[in-house]
Design a protein around this ligand. Structure first.
Ligand SMILES: O=P(O)(O)OC[C@@]1(O)O[C@H](CO)[C@@H](O)[C@@H]1O
Length: 383
């Protein structure tokens, strides 16, 4: 195991401190504005707002406390949210938020995703219309060119995360060259029988993820695909099964090439070539290295697993302050199969870049490059 320090949020001015001190309160206010929640839910959200910024982490008071105990709660309950590992307190915050809005019931609000209005707004946005219309031109290109464009669409789609935009309003700064580009190695692993894609955000990220999977299935570069999503609403815009269905419907209801892809995806879901999985560990406050055996076996059975996004990156390599030149392979060698990541950089964790690249980024931006969302990478680990 690495001896790089686990990231915590206890240093004012640091990125994780800002997430807990500013992004979480902003999120609670946004959710309060988006729903006509009743007095009990509003009180619970107000209480969470105070607790999350000034209080300590408390039990949920439900049977889920047992699961969280198995995930380490005994060590952190009663302590400030800022003291626990960043990954742990962020995940626990989302679980508490769902408790406050009655997501797990009993009651009429059971199963109502507090983030759904924002996810749907993305699917209905003019930007999504534009991206779907562009597919008609893309299908006229050679298959190789289509594949490259769809991979990059899926990669940069990762900027479309609502949490990031809560604290980075107008995050439309131009994108830049990849800080690591192992895409040649990724393509060299195909074709495969089974590809797994561990999804990140719904809406404008999930659409290009689905288009990439459709392309791989349609062009025989994978026989089947397994799409891992979250088991409940998490990190604001993370995709769940309901979001996959919304996205496939959005595609199928579009025109031209987008509609063709939507229909193929619908058929692939129906005949099992595309399977959606939502494992309880998907919302665990732990790195994937700690995943349970059944999930490990699922990844082991895939010929290639692609992890999308910043949070999955943190959970794959470990949420630690590594030296950026630490080898990617050294942080992922425990993974039970070939693994790739498509990620825009939105938190402090980074491994696998060379010293010259790091020096150039620091010279140009200080440490902002780690969190600004304007840089991205494609990394691949094969044993
Ligand atoms: O996983 P995603 O959607 O790419 O990013 C999630 C994120 O916005 O949330 C975390 C902070 O709350 C950071 O890891 C990251 O910046």
């Amino acid at each position: 195991m690495s001896d790089a320090p686990v990231i915590r949020a206890d240093e004012p001015g640091s990125f994780p401190h800002g997430v807990l001190a500013a992004r979480h309160p902003a999120l609670i206010r946004t959710v309060l504005d988006a729903f006509p929640y009743g007095p009990d839910q509003r009180r619970a959200l107000d209480a969470l707002l105070t607790s999350a910024t000034e209080g300590v982490m408390e039990p949920l008071g439900t049977e889920d406390d047992e699961r969280w105990a198995a995930w380490g709660a005994r060590e952190y309950l009663g302590r400030s949210w800022f003291e626990a590992p960043f990954l742990w307190s962020e995940s626990y915050f989302y679980r508490h938020l769902l408790e406050a809005v009655g997501y797990f019931g009993p009651g009429a609000w059971q199963g109502i995703d507090p983030f759904r209005p924002f996810k749907l707004a993305e699917l209905d946005s003019p930007e999504t219309d534009g991206e779907l219309a562009a597919l008609d031109r893309l299908t006229e290109q050679p298959a190789e060119e289509q594949a490259r464009a769809l991979l990059h669409g899926s990669l940069w789609g990762n900027r479309a995360d609502l949490g990031f935009r809560l604290s980075t309003p107008g995050a439309t700064t131009p994108v830049s060259r990849l800080v690591v580009d192992d895409s040649a190695s990724l393509w060299s692993l195909l074709p495969v029988d089974t590809i797994c894609l561990v999804a990140d955000n719904a809406g404008r990220e999930l659409i290009p993820d689905l288009l990439l999977l459709d392309h791989l299935l349609h062009h025989g570069r994978a026989r089947r695909a397994v799409l891992h999503v979250k088991v409940y609403p998490y990190y604001i815009s993370d995709a769940m099964t309901a979001d996959v269905l919304d996205a496939v419907r959005r595609l199928a209801g579009a025109q031209g090439a987008a509609a063709d892809a939507g229909e193929r995806l619908w058929a692939a879901l129906a005949d099992g070539r595309l399977e959606v999985r939502a494992h309880p560990f998907s919302c665990a406050p732990l790195p994937y290295a700690d995943m349970p055996d059944d999930l490990r076996a699922e990844f082991a059975a895939a010929d290639l697993t692609i992890f999308k996004g910043d949070l999955n990156y943190r959970r794959l390599v470990g949420d630690r302050l590594y030296s950026p030149t630490t080898r990617f392979a050294d942080t992922t060698d425990w993974f039970p199969g070939p693994v790739a990541v498509l990620r825009t950089l939105k938190s402090d964790v980074i491994v696998g870049i060379d010293a010259a690249t790091e020096a150039a980024l620091v010279a140009a931006e200080g440490q902002r490059w780690r969190t600004s969302g304007t840089h991205a990478l494609i990394q691949v680990g094969v044993k």
